[in-house]
Write a protein that binds this ligand. Structure first.
Ligand SMILES: Nc1ncnc2c1ncn2[C@@H]1O[C@H](COP(=O)(O)OP(=O)(O)OP(=O)(O)O)[C@@H](O)[C@H]1O
Length: 276
């Protein structure tokens, strides 16, 4: 499979702050890739460098086969971007806004089709300023999609979405991925990364501190299980045997029984506290 993004030894400093400190990244075409990390870890700086909107100090970067430090119009038209800040063309209607942005691209998607994809058909004739925060965010996503991008960057795309809107958005991302769009998203919602991403990178202090499938990241799949019941807790490699033993001890139902493995959040919090 071809690479969409290749980064080696990326660095960026703002005055005294080393925002990106030797970051490596490889993202395949067609992958959904999530970048996780605490506030100030260097995620946005990295993504802005990849998008061609911020200069780097050093390192090797290739995005869709080109160096984003020298963006061409043709290269930009192959990339979709959904930034953290909402758009401000608020006096236009949703449909007018999407049509307006569609004109910048050589082979845009149909505006009404994109509006339907983000679940805004009923609001297509409304002015953007009349929409709720979550609905405006969907307009942002529509603008990222309208150019039919090969590569879509989404910076915290579902901030402000209600749970139902978030689920609908996840379906949309899955459909885009199914059609072959490469998707790079930053998020603070670990459930979002776990649901959507083929792979995740955890970034801390400007470097990738863990990389992999969210189901196995940081040894998650092989970690000990925690068997808890109303009178105790045990961490064990053999939870089935432990539960069987408890069943014998209680002569039937074990009160308050649960068996759990570390969540992505458990692993994530450990990684950003004690990066290996
Ligand atoms: N334009 C700038 N000028 C000076 N310092 C900056 C600038 N942009 C970012 N920084 C600093 O660089 C570091 C990395 O910031 P960045 O925005 O890349 O982090 P982030 O991981 O995206 O954080 P968040 O999750 O809060 O969006 C932070 O310490 C930040 O204060």
């Amino acid at each position: 499979m071809k690479q969409a993004i290749h980064v080696r030894g990326l660095t960026k400093r703002y005055g005294d702050v080393q925002a990106v400190a030797g970051l490596d990244l490889d993202i395949e075409q067609g992958e959904v890739f999530a970048i996780l990390g605490p506030n100030g870890a260097g995620k946005s700086t990295t993504v802005e460098i990849l998008e061609g909107y911020r200069s780097r100090d050093s390192g090797e970067v290739s995005v869709l086969g080109a160096d984003p430090a020298r963006p061409t119009r043709e290269w930009r038209s192959r990339i979709g971007i959904v930034l953290q800040t909402a758009n401000d063309a608020a006096e236009l209607t949703v449909r007018e806004t999407v049509r307006h942005f569609a004109r910048y691209y050589p082979s845009p998607r149909d505006a009404d089709e994109v509006i339907a994809q983000v679940g805004l058909t009923e609001s297509a004739g409304k002015r953007v300023r009349q929409l709720s925060g979550g609905q405006r965010r969907r307009v942002d996503v529509a603008l990222g999609l309208v150019g039919r991008p090969e590569l879509l960057f989404l910076d915290e795309p579902t901030t402000g979405f209600d749970p139902e809107a978030r689920r609908q958005f996840w379906d949309l991302i899955e459909n885009l991925a199914h059609d072959g769009t490469t998707i790079v998203l930053t998020t603070h919602y670990l459930e979002e990364a776990e649901t959507l991403a083929d792979r995740v990178a955890v970034v801390a202090r400007g470097q990738v501190v863990a990389l992999g499938d969210p189901a196995t990241l940081g040894g998650r799949a092989t970690a000990k299980a925690r068997v808890a019941w109303s009178e105790g807790t045990v961490e064990t490699d053999t939870p089935t045997a432990t539960v069987a033993e408890l069943g014998r001890r209680y002569g039937g139902e074990v009160p308050g029984l649960s068996v759990t493995r570390p969540t992505l959040e458990d692993v994530y919090l450990r990684l950003i506290e004690h990066p290996s």
